[in-house]
Design a protein around this ligand. Structure first.
Ligand code: IVH
Length: 671
């Protein structure tokens, strides 16, 4: 840029600094400073200036984050300081010997260790010269990797220019590129809707995105970065005394560093860190495969040195793997409440993430076809967090010769009714309705659900027996059950039989919305059940409702209305309802908070509230006549946000919707 600065040039410099500051707050600190619209305005202004002055654009301009011309190949980069790997420890004994080796090597009684997470992504080296990002390279074989600078520039949490007072002349920041679980899921969902390839896990997604020769594609992938190490450095005296201080300095330079870290000085301290992180591993927003312990003082790290390609001063303490290999013994289908057929792979038992897995869901017919899982196949099974284990992929070169593709059966395995798949639905369904024992069981469990008729103690083991012994066919049969029938069931004592009879009796005193919800009409969830109850006021009016009338109910469209009509036109459903009403079910009017009327208002709850659960807040709001919805839209009247509120809060700010905290909510409720 020319020396005699015009005010436009000053403005341009200001925009670069200001946008970098806003990006840092948003992507690194997770604390947005301004609404997205304001960011967008400043960004557009920057683009306009660049359009008028193309010669001002440098590689570190924030406008370059969108990616550039595709490459033919990645150039090779020789690492100034090799990128090594870590030795692994799986057991406590290996930790004890690691600590002993460090102490003996240093001739010390105790050694300080910096503990941090082992992120499951790709190692990257970022080279900053004079504070500007000039090159980024993958680890490769450790001695040289690939130049992925253009791709790395698209990652918003990686500063293109370092900030702070003490910027070294040359700094190679080592760290991990990875993908947040949420971003991964969103990206895969999007890929699925476009019919594009989905990634098996966040690590593969991160790797695949970084290997793109076209950085414009990488720019669309939600990648993140955490810094955890150091390569080349000039001047050498910039280096602080310890690893933990280095990471603190990184934060000052504007680099993202994970805050889950701690300095300890004993094996017990290491173990405690491992256990604490292990306990919340599944709740972390990204995947980790272990934790890493590093001797904290650099002087001591140098004394200990390296063995072959790994440091003696650091070790990775791994958690049980979340992916394993096993074989498919069989594939069959499960039948859900609405008859939905879910193919399930029966597996040769395998321990995944510390839990024995014998079944894994294959989701639906399309998924089975896409993954082409066959009986006899060797498959990769994955259990991440508390989610249902799933088959990720087939190890094709281990497929037995005679393995046949799996076909969804044409008859229901439980009731032999025809299995059908409607044109625009992903799932196949058993057409047997309540004739199908599997659907009957699910329907009974739904009827008894805490948010429906709330029959405590009526769990799946009991429902299985009641249906299999033909003691119960419909929800109405529950109210005819006698003590002896229940007491004779397996795993049921006199006391539990008594308790169950009591909770069945108590459930008769209910509310109309709970009853309607409990019937399990397709597409009628809790909130629609409430709207229907409010509109019709009693069960018979709903049973005889015509399409036109149903369509006037809040949030009821043709799909829901037709589903209700078809349910009510089945004579056996009407009979069951009549029997239930005759068994003495009574509808209490739901309590209303006196003096507060929030009817017509829609609330969305997000994040953790300081003193109450979201369920409690929901109950209070509904008692005041408000509606509580799951997602923010133009129709939302208020968003109630607690701590860790995420995208819903962002959306609310974007749409200019009023945001309340718990205190403000309580005021609104007159409490
Ligand atoms: S330090 C000389 N720290 O694990 C030691 N590595 O097996 C260099 N990794 O390639 C690595 N989180 O991709 C270090 N907090 C962390 C890490 C970490 C993940 C990965 C990295 C490296 C591999 C080492």
């Amino acid at each position: 840029m020319s020396k005699g600065r015009s005010s436009e040039a000053d403005r341009y410099c200001y925009l670069q600094t200001e946008l970098a500051r806003l990006e840092h707050a948003y992507y690194v600190l997770d604390q947005p400073l301004v609404p997205d619209a304001e960011y967008d305005r400043l960004y557009r202004e920057l683009l306009d200036l660049e359009q008028n002055h193309p010669d001002w654009i440098t590689a570190d301009s924030l406008s370059q984050r969108v990616g550039g011309t595709p490459l033919k190949v990645f150039n090779e980069v020789k690492h100034a300081v090799p990128m090594l790997s870590l030795n692994n420890a799986f057991e406590e004994s290996e930790l004890v010997s690691f600590d002993r080796r460090c102490r003996e090597g240093l001739g010390l009684e105790t050694v300080e260790y910096a503990c941090e997470l082992k992120f499951d992504g790709l190692a990257i080296s970022l080279r900053y010269e004079g504070g500007v990002l000039i090159q980024a390279a993958t680890r490769g074989d450790g001695a040289s990797g690939e130049d992925v600078t253009a791709n790395i520039r698209t990652i918003h949490s990686i500063p293109l220019r370092l900030t702070g007072k003490k910027i070294p002349d040359v700094l190679e920041v080592r760290g991990e590129v990875f993908m947040h679980r949420k971003d991964f899921e969103r990206m895969n969902k999007h890929a699925a809707t476009l019919g594009e390839k989905e990634f098996a896990n966040p690590r593969n997604a991160a790797a695949g995105s970084l290997r793109q020769l076209d950085s414009k594609i990488t720019a669309k992938r939600p990648l993140s970065f955490f810094a955890y190490g150091l390569g080349a450095l000039e001047p050498a005296n910039w280096l602080p005394k310890s690893h933990s201080q280095l990471l603190d300095l990184y934060l000052e330079l504007g680099l993202p560093v994970c805050h889950e870290r701690r300095v300890v000085s004993s094996v017990e301290g290491l173990q405690q860190f491992y256990q604490e992180i292990g306990a919340k591993r599944n709740q972390l927003p990204y995947e980790i495969d272990g934790v890493v312990y590093k001797v904290n003082l650099f002087k001591q790290q140098n004394t200990l040195g390296f063995v072959s390609r790994a440091p003696r001063f650091a070790i990775a303490h791994k958690y049980p793997a979340q992916e394993e290999i096993t074989t498919v013994l069989d594939i069959n289908v499960q039948v859900g409440r609405t008859g939905a057929i879910t193919p399930v792979a029966r597996l040769s038992p395998v321990i995944v993430g510390g839990v024995t897995v014998t079944n894994a869901t294959l989701h639906n017919e399309d998924e089975v076809r896409r993954k082409d899982v066959r009986v006899g196949d060797t498959v990769v099974v994955r259990r991440a967090g508390d989610v249902i284990p799933e088959v990720v992929s087939v190890v094709l070169d281990r497929r037995p010769k005679n393995a046949k593709p799996f076909e969804i059966p044409s008859q229901c395995p439980i009731c032999d009714s025809h299995i059908e798949r409607l044109v625009d639905e992903a799932v196949a369904r058993c057409s047997g309705g309540l004739f199908c024992a599997a659907q009957r069981k699910q329907a009974l469990l739904h009827f008894a659900h805490r948010r429906a008729m709330d029959i405590e103690g009526l769990g799946d083991k009991i429902v299985d027996q009641l249906v299999d012994l033909n003691l119960v066919r419909t929800p109405a049969d529950l109210y005819r059950l006698g003590f002896s029938a229940l007491a004779n069931l397996e795993r049921m004592g006199d006391k539990s039989a008594d308790n169950l009879i009591q909770s069945i009796t108590q459930s008769k005193s209910t509310s109309l919305p709970r009853f309607i919800f409990g019937l399990g009409i397709r597409h009628v969830g809790e909130s629609t059940a409430k709207d229907l109850a409010k509109h019709f006021g009693n069960m018979h009016a709903l049973m005889d409702a015509q399409l036109d009338d149903l369509l006037t109910v809040n949030d009821v469209g043709p799909v829901v209305a037709n589903s209700i009509i078809s349910f009510m036109s089945e004579s056996h459903n009407r009979e069951v309802i009549e029997q239930l009403l005759a068994s003495g079910i009574e509808f209490q009017v739901e309590e209303r908070i006196a003096g507060v009327d929030l009817s017509g208002k829609t609330f969305v709850l997000t994040g953790t509230l300081p003193t109450m659960s979201r369920d409690q807040a929901k109950a209070l709001l509904e008692a005041a006549g408000a509606k509580v919805a799951g997602s923010v839209s133009q129709k939302t009247s208020y968003v109630v946000a607690g701590t860790d509120a995420g995208s819903k809060l962002e959306k609310a700010t974007e749409l200019g919707i009023s945001v309340l905290d718990e205190d403000a909510l309580m005021k609104l409720l007159g409490r």
